[in-house]
Design a protein. Structure first.
Length: 361
């Protein structure tokens, strides 16, 4: 279970990136492991921290530790910096007298999550950039080029009716010109509002469940979540945490509400003495390979090692799925852009074709 905040502590909502936290924990682990006292180690890291917000966080933590509190207790004040699993892992290291190892283990876990996120974002960067540029080009054509054709045809056709596609494109162009600020405002509202709405508990649960059922991306979302779950379980169990606490920590870092809820439901079974591997094998979301390796791990007493192996295999599978997805997106976007551009060109040149046919007739 997540550790409760000390009643004398005040929650601080400062947020920090996983990469920054992982670097700090790795450096702190090295200093503490070299025999430098914890307070002195924190002082050294505060001096070299370039970000003011993080210097303030480390400074507050130093004050708490100097007043006699444990590092994990201080961490509970900063839920935007340290998630529950990280706090539990550090607390386990404190209890076992191996704080340096606990910090090192949790830093490695955070770095693995950063690495996975980078791979996915890196794979999606190119198609998203192409999509944005394509939209910008189409918008420039509609707003900057098409109005000139409209002026041209007013003088050329002398009030003669325009073909249907031409009228539609010109009407769309006029609407975009006259309501450009409204459209821009709507885009900004969507860009700001959608991420906020998606974080609401009920909305997030529905969206995450829908993501799992999307073609291709559903498999990516599922495997990414179970990479986090497997690594979380492996990290917590290797650190000496009880199975129930390990399941709690893993569900907290799943990154998908539907899968986190499934892990919470499995926790109840574990509490009643059920095998986690067996319950995961029966769940439709869980990759069979993960459940199989977990079963082997339970039987041989090497569960953390089997979980790490499963996480590595799933991470490779995510990379393969992303490669396939990008390979499908690239030609699809080219076809869509060609269709849109082709429609605009044909729509704008249809009146000229009509004029030429009239002159030849």
């Amino acid at each position: 279970m997540d550790r409760e905040r000390h009643p004398d502590f005040e929650i601080d909502r400062t947020r920090a990136g996983r990469e920054d936290v992982a670097l700090w924990m790795r450096q702190l682990s090295g200093l503490v492991g070299s025999g430098v006292p914890l307070s002195r180690s924190l002082e050294l890291l505060i001096r070299q921290e370039p970000k003011r917000s993080l210097r303030r966080v480390w400074g507050r933590m130093l004050e708490m530790i100097q007043s006699g509190h444990a590092l994990s207790d201080a961490m509970t004040c900063f839920p935007g910096v340290f998630d529950g699993m990280t706090v539990q892992g550090v607390h386990a290291g404190e209890r076992a007298g191996v704080l340096s190892e606990g910090l090192k283990r949790m830093a490695a876990h955070l770095q693995s999550r950063v690495r996975l996120t980078r791979k996915v974002r890196g794979a999606m960067a190119y198609p998203l950039t192409v999509a944005v540029l394509a939209l910008a080009i189409v918008a420039a054509l509609v707003v900057g080029v098409i109005p000139r054709f409209e002026v041209l045809y007013e003088g050329l056709l002398k009030g003669a009716p325009l073909p249907g596609p031409t009228r539609w494109v010109m009407a769309f162009s006029r609407a975009l010109q006259h309501n450009g600020l409204v459209v821009l405002g709507g885009v900004v509202v969507l860009a700001v509002g959608l991420p906020w709405v998606s974080r609401l508990h009920n909305v997030r649960g529905v969206l995450d469940r829908l993501l799992l059922h999307l073609p291709i991306w559903g498999g990516v979302e599922r495997d990414m979540a179970f990479v986090r779950v497997a690594r979380g379980l492996a990290t917590m169990l290797a650190g000496g945490q009880p199975m129930l606490d390990a399941v709690d920590g893993a569900s907290a870092v799943a990154g998908n509400r539907a899968i986190a809820d499934a892990m919470c439901a499995m926790r109840k079974g574990v509490e009643e003495g059920e095998s986690l591997a067996r319950m995961m094998a029966e769940h439709p979301f869980v990759p069979p390979m993960l459940a199989g390796l977990m079963e082997i791990g339970e039987e041989t007493g090497r569960l953390p090692a089997m979980l790490e192996e499963a996480a590595d295999d799933l991470e490779e599978k995510v990379q393969d799925r992303m490669t396939t997805l990008v390979a499908l997106l690239e030609p699809a976007m080219i076809v869509v852009l060609a269709l849109v551009a082709g429609f605009l060109v044909i729509a704008m040149f249809l009146p000229i074709v009509g004029v030429i046919e009239g002159l030849s007739g």
